[in-house]
Design a protein. Structure first.
Length: 127
C-alpha cells in the first residue's frame, strides 16, 4: 500500500532502517519507496556517520535512490526565523532546524522517531 504524498524522513528513520527496525520498515513500505525523501542535511549526517569506505558506498547508493531536497534561500529564511523563535526556548539544533524548514517549505510531513524535537514548531506536520 503506497501513499500518494512525499514524506521527509529524519536521519533517525534512515538509521533505524539500517538497523532493520521492523516498525520503521513497515511504515516506509506504507509511504512507498517513490515517496521517501530526505534533506541534504540528512544525507550529510548519514555520510558523516559512515565507519568505512564500504559503508560509505552503501550509504551513497541509498541516498541517490531517494528524493533529496536541497537547501535554498527560502528554506534558509524559514530556518533563520525558527532559530530565533525556538533555539533558546526549545534548544532547536541546527540540523533539526534545517530539516524542519525543508519540510515546511515543501509542505510535506516529516517522519521522525524524535517527535519531541519537532512537535512545538508551527506549520510543521509530523507523520
Amino acid at each position: 500500500m503506497e501513499q500518494n504524498s512525499i514524506v521527509l524522513c529524519d536521519t533517525n528513520i534512515i538509521i533505524e532502517l539500517y538497523k532493520n527496525n521492523k516498525s520503521v520498515i513497515s511504515e516506509l513500505k506504507k509511504i512507498g519507496r517513490n515517496n521517501i525523501a530526505i534533506s541534504v542535511i540528512t544525507a550529510g549526517e548519514l555520510i558523516y556517520g559512515a565507519i568505512n569506505k564500504q559503508e560509505l558506498i552503501l550509504i551513497q547508493r541509498d541516498i541517490e535512490s531517494l528524493i533529496r531536497f536541497d537547501i535554498n534561500k527560502s528554506i534558509c529564511d524559514i530556518y533563520y526565523k525558527m532559530m530565533l523563535k525556538y533555539s533558546l526556548s526549545h534548544n532547536l539544533s541546527v540540523p533539526d532546524g534545517l530539516i524542519a524548514a525543508t519540510a515546511i517549505y515543501n509542505n510535506i510531513e516529516i517522519f521522525t522517531l524524535n517527535k519531541k524535537d519537532f512537535r512545538y514548531i508551527n506549520d510543521l506536520h509530523l507523520y
